[in-house]
Design a protein around this ligand. Structure first.
Ligand code: NAD
Length: 497
């Protein structure tokens, strides 16, 4: 039995008019579990129109009422997050505990957005000029678009929609066609929480749906997360159409291990951050930079731990699930082939893994490749799989230079017990999110998430105050209430007095 996964408009499913669909598979079995609708332009317009129609009333809904609905959504999500985690595992493949982790990080943004009355408070200056007051307000944009990637079908949409909705916008979410069911589950939850029809909508599809979101005049902003080439395309097309765009792209995250680091803790961190979610995290560590003479010992410790990882079905007691599709699995494996051909040292080969799961699953075990150099494709490309490359350098400066020369700048980490070195690193490294002895430095909801260089196009990161600013427009009001002293004609430019 396969299910049909359709769009969502006005708090109910909407089948659309297009007959095009794409298969959705369970990566742990390789079996097709559903067919997701692929919108045509008319379907996309119908979803956007629903968001546009709901905007005036939602914009005028009091902050008190909006917050009540957000709290209701938070309570429901917290009580039923296990259901969402299971849906994520069934279409993405990550193990259920990891899926629960992603839902919990999304929940934190919902909790942040519950504070929207405080976050939207403007400034007020009394008597800026004689009997003239000036104040600032922030207002919602209108219908906003969110285009999300396959690797966090719950958390990435939640980086954006809680803040957008709290601020008074209406939403069209275009999830990845690889794992589209989480979006529909969250839409149902919003309806249950009492969100008015049309405020949160889901548009299923591919490039056709994305292009309509980028071009449709009703859509005021785009929040995109995905690979760098598409992020670049979305940013240039969206901004050319007059929209506000934040487009988060791909990553190649390095971790530097200095000679004074605790190598056991560093090895634990490399394994967790390199192989968690089968490396399909934008904040995964994919390049470990060993500084000085610790490399042999560090590689041995990483290998010893990585060998204990159980690769298997995420609903069983596995540590690491399959990759998202067979095509992606094969592409990742081809990078291992290339590393071998380039004479890097294959310490652990995931191509020969024996998984705890069905034969049809998209399996690849943890892979550790040592003596990687910067000209190898295993280093230059974002692999997005369970492949950890080790590069060996002699000094901190060489390690820093390597990171700063990389075109990506999403996350990075340093492992050391030297506070001075760590402080220097946080100051000198050209990357958006830094971990000091923390391997996956995803900022809290009240800070903002985003990289530098080819990892983010636009100037605004996700959630935190940057998110509040992204989803609102500022107004400054200068006001004077009639007073006899203001009478008389004066055609001169108003002067402060
Ligand atoms: P992707 O770029 O293939 O897809 C992202 C979204 O864009 C999907 O909704 C997809 O339907 C749409 N899309 C795909 N091709 C398109 C096209 N030609 N035109 C218009 N839209 C298109 O990314 P993915 O494979 O789903 O996700 C993995 C990528 O996302 C990795 O590169 C990863 O680093 C990145 N990512 C980045 C962050 C971050 O915060 N920087 C977070 C998560 C994932």
């Amino acid at each position: 039995m396969t299910s049909t996964i359709s769009h969502w408009i006005n708090n109910k499913g909407y089948p659309g008019t297009s007959s095009a669909t794409a298969p959705v598979t369970n990566p742990a079995t390789g079996k097709v579990t559903g067919e997701v609708a692929l919108a045509n332009v008319e379907d996309a317009r119908a979803v956007i129109d629903a968001a546009a129609a709901a905007f005036p009333a939602w914009r005028d809904t009091s902050l008190a009422k909006r917050v009540q609905i957000l709290f209701a959504f938070r309570e429901l999500l917290n009580a039923r997050k296990g259901e969402l985690a299971e849906i994520v595992t069934s279409e993405h493949g990550k193990v259920v505990s990891d899926a629960l982790g992603e839902v919990s990080r999304g929940l934190e943004v919902v909790e942040f957005a519950c504070g929207i009355p405080h976050l939207l408070k403007g400034g007020f200056t009394e008597n800026a000029s004689s009997k003239v007051d000036v104040f600032s307000i922030r207002q919602p944009l209108g219908p906003i678009g969110i285009i999300s990637p396959f690797n966090f079908p719950a958390m990435v949409p939640m980086w954006f929609f809680p803040v957008a909705i709290a601020a008074g916008n209406t939403v069209v979410l275009k999830p990845s066609e690889k794992d589209p069911s989480a979006a529909i589950w969250m839409a149902e939850l919003w309806a249950e929480a009492g969100l008015p029809a049309g405020v949160f909508n889901v548009l299923q599809g591919d490039k056709v749906a994305v292009d309509e979101l980028l071009e449709n005049k009703s859509v005021k902003s785009i929040s995109f997360v995905g690979s760098t080439p598409i992020a670049q395309y979305v940013y240039s097309t969206g901004t050319a159409n007059g929209k506000r765009v934040q487009a988060l792209g791909g990553a190649k995250n390095h971790a530097i291990v200095l000679p004074d680091a605790d190598l056991d803790l560093a090895a634990d961190a490399m394994v967790n951050a390199g192989f968690g979610s089968a490396g399909e995290r934008c904040m995964a560590i994919s390049a470990c930079v060993a500084v000085g003479d610790i490399a042999d010992e560090l590689v041995a410790k990483i290998a010893e731990r990585a060998k204990t990882i159980v690769t298997g079905d995420g609903t069983r007691n596995s540590d690491m699930g399959p990759l998202v599709t067979q095509a992606h699995r094969d592409k990742v494996a081809s990078y291992v082939d290339a590393g071998e051909a380039d004479n890097a040292t294959l310490v652990l080969d995931g191509r020969t893994v024996s998984p705890d799961g069905e034969d049809g699953g998209f399996w690849l075990g943890p892979t550790l490749i040592d003596n990687v150099t910067t000209d190898m494709s295993v280093y230059t490309d974002e692999i997005f799989g369970p492949v950890l490359a080790v590069l060996r350098v002699d000094t901190y400066d060489e390690a820093l230079e390597l990171i700063n020369a990389n075109p990506y700048g999403n996350g990075t980490a340093i492992f050391t017990n030297d506070g001075g070195a760590a402080r220097r690193f946080q100051n000198e490294v050209e990357v958006g999110m830094i971990g000091i002895n923390v391997p996956i430095p995803v900022p809290m909801a009240y800070y903002s998430f985003g990289g530098w260089k080819n990892s983010l196009f636009g100037d605004t990161h996700a959630h935190g105050m940057e998110g509040v600013h992204f989803f609102t427009r500022g107004k400054a009001v200068t006001s004077r209430w009639l007073d006899p002293s203001h009478g008389g004609l004066n055609l001169g430019f108003p002067q402060n007095a």
